[in-house]
Write a protein that binds this ligand. Sequence first.
Ligand code: ADP
Ligand code: ZN
Ligand code: ZN
Length: 705
Amino acid sequence: MSIAGTTVWVRVALDVPLAGPFDYRACEPVEIGLRVIVPFGRRHLIGVVTALPETPAVAPELVRDVEQVLRDVPPLPADWLRLAAFAADYYQRPLGEVMLPALPGPLRKPSSYQSARAGAGPVARLDARQARQRKAEAGPAMSPPELVQPALNAHQQKAVEAIAASQGFAPVLLHGVTGSGKTEVYLRAVQAVLARGRQALLLVPEINLTPQLQQVLVTRLQAMAGTHGVAVLHSGLAEGERLAAWMRAVRGEARVVLGTRLSLLTPLPQLGLIVVDEEHDPSYKQQEGLRYSARDLAIWRARDLGITVLLGSATPSLESWHHARSGRYLLLSLPNRAVTSTPPTMRLIDTRRLTLREGMCEELTDAIGRRLEQGQQALVFLNRRGYAPVLTCGACSWVSGCAHCSAHMVLHRGQGGSLLRCHHCGGRERIPRACPDCGNQDLEPMGRGTQRVEEHLAALFPEARIARIDADSTRLKGSAERLFVQVHAGEVDILVGTQMVAKGHDFRNLGLVGVLNSDAMLFSHDFRAPERLFAQLMQVAGRAGRHTGGSEVMIQTGYPEQPVYQSLLRHDYVGFATHGLDERESAGLPPFAHQALLTAEAGTLPDTLAFLGHAREVAEEGGNQHYVGDNDDLPCFPPPGLVTVYDPVPLRVVRVKNVERAQLLVESASRPALQVFLRAWLARLHGLPSARRVRWQLEVDPLEI
Ligand code: ADP
Ligand code: ZN
Ligand code: ZN
């Protein structure tokens, strides 16, 4: 392969926390988009070739040689490289930190190419294995399952036609209540794209919890694209499975890719449509490393390719709703449930004048009893796991605090007895026999979580079969699935659960949903809390009686007059969104402003705050007073006044695992100005001496503040 005397300079993106660029020398022709193995310090790394510069960025004699050019994957396509470059630029991260994690594990580990046999690598091994399997199968090829497509109703028909008529870059927001048949619209849009010989990418929130739902969708997609024409990509896959699915997508064998947020970064040579189901779902935002929003990147990718992107939700994010309202997205609505069942009746129970027993009013427990008598199921929704959020002393002010975090230890009941557990650091402790402060033996659990509610319900309804679904009861692989199967099979009468039960499950026989303690979310410090509460309660409500009819949702609240609850009462998303956007506009909050969050953590709060304080001064004065090093090449700040920098504040849970955390919010009405600012700011933050005493990171468009 190598041509004598050829020297090619290659610029390589590497997954290292340094800005680069990293240039190497190759002695053979190399194309942009290929992967290479290169030396880096004493290590060997796999990187992606992003450019072939005329001259290297450093003196040629310092440039090291590429060790191996990998050709087992076709060059990553130009549009994928553009997408990665945009994401790196927008989220202010090194390019390699975007590109490499987007590849399946074996394709970014040099060790997977260290086999003695020439030509061996993960892709070669995969292909050989599949060839053997095919020979072993050697029967007639599996034909896709036959399925009947329901005839579309008028609203669906209109939506499908509007999508078909769209041309070029076409962002569409499909607003449809739970059960309105959005999936059917997605499927028709996918079908149309497949018919034009293009690929479709369907994003769903985390799907590990809902395998049976995923299976229905996969079956429908297979009926259109063939059994091998569908690739499923999510974080629960084993490395080998992910590689196999990814290769089929990249080679164009998979016509449809169904996956979670990471699959947005799959190279797809013939992409013609992106669908983002439940577009408001927070799981589209990655919470570590590159903190990207797969939904936002989907919009960018569709614009770049000039294709349709279809966002669907019963409760769209206020950002998307704002775009739809202002005409930037095409708004399509499915106002009714597809199957003739009436939506559940919503009721607010004003708890202010009621006595509660274990957090539940009599009206709710009576209603549960009636549903059970009618042979229906009831769901009690409570977003707090464990037995009680804190253990207290009856005689003094002692509470069960975590030694390593500024948080309470939560009381959990388990088979081996009770335990105190910290939900922040994972720490565990035995229950003290007496108060550590005053010796009093009378320790009381305060408040309640799902376990305590379960216990209370078991005492009230001794005959009922009760199941609890939360992060504790579903820790073992497959256990969530088993519990859901039991609920579907009618082997459960009362289900107690956290938000885990809210997602996507269609419980046919569920007649009643009781919501406890949702007020806790209402008065959160986070301005998105009401939006999240509304979406969550609509979603939980959507579980009820999709097929039974006459179902109801009872929400216990001390604040029934709050707009969130009033809108819920009327199933009125539009009213809620209108009010919410008005509030955001007058407060100058997203989507009317754009934000970034600088978060820092260190062993002491003064160190954390010192860094953020310096960062603030740098931002305000464009200042160099704390900066050591060469200032000449640094990017410029935007003109003053365009970007607001707030004071550093400790996080609500300031200490976790003995690390003190604080954050600094930056805001601007102009996205471009914010981007210019962040680039200039970041370049200087790296030079701050106080930065060396903290771990810090920048998040663009943070979801939680
Ligand atoms: P959504 O995703 O909007 O919550 P789904 O797509 O899950 O709603 O549809 C809810 C139910 O309605 C599903 O069981 C689906 O098969 C059914 N359905 C959808 N469209 C139609 C239709 N046109 N005729 C009959 N049933 C339909
Ligand atoms: Zn005490
Ligand atoms: Zn802790």
